[in-house]
Design a protein around this ligand. Structure first.
Ligand code: ZN
Length: 158
C-alpha cells in the first residue's frame, strides 16, 4: 500500500514537472515567440531579468509573486498558470481513472498533445521555425513518457 502511494506521488510529480514544462513546451509554439524551444533562457518579457528556477513553475511563482515580476512589477499573464494546472490535473486524473496502468499513462500524454494542439490553434502558431520547434517539443517528452511508463509498470508489480 505504502509503495503504491509513493509511486502515485512520483507519477504526479512527473506530471507536475510536465505542467511547468508546458509553459515553454507549448507556449513557445504560439504566435509572437521567437525564442527557440530548447533555449534554457527564461526571462521576464518586460524587463528581461532572468527568472530563478523555482519561480519558473507557475503555481509557485503565482503564490510567491502574486502574478507580478519580482524585479519590475510587470503583470504576468494568467494563461501559463491555467495551462500548467490543466496539464497537471488532467494527466493525473486520466492516469488515476485507468488505475495507473500503461494505457492510462499513454492516454494522459495524448491529452497533453491535445492541449498543445488546441493552444497552438487558438493562439496561432509561431511565425518562425514552427516545424523544428514542434518536433523538439514532441521529442522532449520521450524521457517523461518512459519514466511514467516505468512507474506505472512498477505500480502493477509491487
Ligand atoms: Zn520584469
Amino acid at each position: 500500500m505504502l509503495s503504491h502511494i509513493i509511486i502515485i506521488i512520483a507519477i504526479c510529480l512527473i506530471y507536475y514537472h510536465i505542467g511547468g514544462l508546458a509553459t515553454t513546451n507549448i507556449l513557445r509554439l504560439t504566435s509572437g515567440n521567437t525564442r527557440l524551444i530548447n533555449s534554457s533562457k527564461c526571462t521576464c518579457d518586460s524587463c528581461g531579468k532572468k527568472i530563478p528556477a523555482l519561480l519558473q513553475l507557475p503555481i509557485i511563482s503565482f503564490l510567491v509573486c502574486k502574478g507580478r515580476c519580482r524585479s519590475c512589477g510587470a503583470k504576468i499573464p494568467i494563461y501559463p498558470l491555467i495551462i500548467e494546472l490543466t496539464v497537471w490535473f488532467g494527466m493525473s486524473l486520466i492516469t488515476a481513472l485507468f488505475k495507473f496502468d500503461w494505457v492510462g499513462v499513454l492516454f494522459s500524454y495524448l491529452f497533453y498533445e491535445t492541449v498543445r494542439i488546441i493552444t497552438v490553434v487558438v493562439r496561432g502558431k509561431r511565425e518562425t521555425r514552427f516545424a523544428y520547434c514542434y518536433f523538439v517539443a514532441v521529442a522532449s517528452m520521450i524521457p517523461y513518457v518512459l519514466c511514467s511508463l516505468f512507474a506505472s509498470a512498477l505500480y502493477q508489480v509491487v
